[in-house]
Design a protein around this ligand. Sequence first.
Ligand code: DGL
Length: 281
Amino acid sequence: MGQPIGIFDSGLGGLTVVRAIRDRLPAESIVYFGDTARVPYGTKSGEAVARFACEDCEFLCRYDPKFIVVACNTASAAALPALSRRFRLPILGVIEPGARAAEAVGDGRPIGILGTERTIASGAYRRAIERRLPGTRLVERACPLLVPLVEEGRGPGDPIVRAALAEYLQPMVEAGVGAVVLGCTHYPLLKDGFAEALGPGVRLVDSAEAVADEVAYLLTTYGLREPSGRGDLRLLVSDNPERFQAVGRWFLGDEMPPVTHVSPEDFFGGARPEGKGEEPA
Ligand code: DGL
């Protein structure tokens, strides 16, 4: 088995990216870290998120990844340049692939950008889309209620989700957007609700799918692609593996392997949590 792809997120949401990459690149092994002890990142300061993201990346490096995907929009917005400077391996965030996908569906109508408070405040999606589509009107909106609603297991048909979407999407409907960027890991799970609230003819940009396409392209370009077979999927979290296991099924579908808990001593201590107790070779 070759080197894995390392993927991290603040918690569960990055599993939407794992699923898209598993579908697109089934031969690749994946080590996923969800920082469930410190989720949500979306309401924290940029400095805190950048520090967490560096620590998450450092932790994943113990698994000798060939490539790292920052599956969290908030961490990508706050920390990608710092991560790329600090780590000597290819690191991909979700913002650029999402912006590229927005460019592909842009039809001259305004484009909506949705995300956590931190992602929207960073302006990262706005800048990335403005570079590609100068002059296009962009309508941004933070949707802080959506992450906790999804974490609670509420889907697109839930009345509270419907009410929140109607409120958050009102400015997009008024502006006559042609596309909306789902700039948060959790939002693809509410796709049907977005489609209903926005009405027909509005394209939804799912950054998870755009990231999977980009990972496939980059691995091929770097000659790092696993030729065949079915890769492993390892899931590690910093708190409450039971909850992750239960809710994660919604994100990941049928393929839900056991979830390993990473204690603070393991996380900050430098050892692989699964390696504990093994006899030295
Ligand atoms: N993963 C985060 C994102 O995509 C959402 C959850 C959080 O706020 O940590 O922005």
